[in-house]
Write a protein that binds this ligand. Structure first.
Ligand code: NDP
Length: 355
């Protein structure tokens, strides 16, 4: 019998999350089941009046996982409202090691990315885990499977390629630019021959963006006028806008778009902790006169492309074309602190917890 530590959402967040919204609990895990054959594993042939097995290794063959790295992400804040009840284990992704296995697809010792929630251990039937790329080099930390070579990296890639359909020579604006998604989006746009302007909430973050090769970067918290900062960074305006923040930033940024500009609405982190809904200014007239296109998206829409996309980004990383900082918090006990720290903007790059 294995005991897992879990972090539970004790009560729904009201405004910015607090320590008292979380509770550390122990969970007893039963031994991973050896699937064998179940009724559902047989196909019934009425004309032959018999059943034949549909597969020897059924999906119920389970594995025991041990968390190595856990991700803390902005989506956990809005999704806690729609996907979770008070008392549920916090949702989330982790890189885990298989430590017992009855499932030949996931042998002992292999690493997986799993939707296991905030847990140190988990029993999985294989349906909620994916093996880390076979080609993963030893020199690259597996934690990047939660960042640039994982969901946030894919989000950056699809937002630019699928939603903005960005082209060489165009100008991109990205906010929360020093974070997990924004820093990758800016670098990919540079790789595609674009001019990139990034905004972030600290001078250290701005220095990081310049290190990454952003053409222009500014601290949105200290500029006297956001409109002036955007105009100075790109007097001719913006073809594409990778939106991570929403709210008042967005209202100003939209006025700086070029005609036929494209806006990929990836996130709205400035709204996630609101207790009362923010209102206008409203963008419709700006959008009509400039004939803008604005499209919200979820990274999961292009799941079928993930393997090829992850390989592409891993190659960029190995070639030194994609650089990725991480903000690592050590200790599973510190999950809530890491989560709240990320929401406060303490991270440069991907916020990760190392068990
Ligand atoms: P980050 O690593 O960028 O961390 C969050 C950052 O947001 C903070 O570091 C902070 O940076 C910034 N921030 C926090 N509060 C505010 C605020 N009130 N106003 C402005 N900025 C704020 O997170 P991710 O890269 O993981 O996510 C970025 C965005 O992408 C989020 O909105 C997230 O929800 C979204 N997302 C969407 C996905 C999709 O499928 N559509 C998938 C993954 C992420 P700073 O110091 O610069 O303010």
């Amino acid at each position: 019998m294995v005991q897992a530590k879990t972090w539970v959402l004790k009560q729904h967040f009201e405004g910015f999350p607090k320590d008292t919204d979380f509770e550390l609990k122990l969970e007893q895990l039963s031994k991973p089941k050896d699937g064998g054959l179940r009724f559902s594993d047989f196909i019934f042939f009425p004309y032959l009046l018999c059943c034949i097995p549909s597969g020897i290794y059924s999906c119920s063959s389970e594995v025991l996982l041990e968390a190595v790295f856990l991700s803390v992400d902005p989506y956990m804040r809005p999704y806690s409202r729609v996907r979770m009840q008070a008392g549920d284990v916090m949702i989330g992704t982790q890189v885990a090691k298989v430590i017992q296995s009855n499932n030949p697809s996931f042998p002992v010792g292999c690493h997986v990315v799993g939707q296991c929630g905030w847990r140190t251990h988990n029993v999985s039937d294989g349906s909620d885990i994916t093996k880390v790329l076979d080609a993963w080099p030893q020199s690259v930390s597996l934690s990047h499977a939660l960042g640039a070579i994982g969901m946030p990296g894919l989000t950056a890639l699809y937002g630019l390629e699928e939603v903005c359909a960005i082209k060489p020579g165009e100008t991109l604006l990205v906010n929360a630019a020093a974070g997990a998604v924004g820093s990758v989006a800016g670098q990919i746009a540079k790789l595609k021959g674009c001019k990139v302007v990034g905004s972030a909430g600290g001078d250290d973050k701005v220095a990081y963006l310049k290190e990454l090769g952003f053409d222009q970067a500014f601290n949105y918290k200290t500029v006297s006028s956001l409109e002036e900062a955007l105009k100075n960074a790109s007097p001719e305006g913006y073809d594409c806008y990778f939106e991570n923040v929403g709210g008042p930033f967005s209202s100003v940024a939209i006025t700086q778009m070029k005609a036929f500009g494209r806006i990929a609405v990836c996130g709205g982190i400035s709204l996630y902790n609101d207790t009362t809904q923010q209102t206008g200014p409203y963008p419709q007239l700006e959008m009509i006169f400039k004939q803008l296109k604005m499209e919200g998206f979820l990274v999961s829409r292009w799941e079928h492309k993930n393997e090829e996309s992850l390989k592409r980004m891993l190659t960029w990383m190995q070639e030194g074309k994609l650089k990725c900082k991480e903000h690592v918090t050590v200790g599973f006990e510190n999950m809530p602190a890491a989560f709240m720290g990320m929401l406060r903007g303490e991270n440069i790059g991907k916020a990760i917890v190392k068990v």
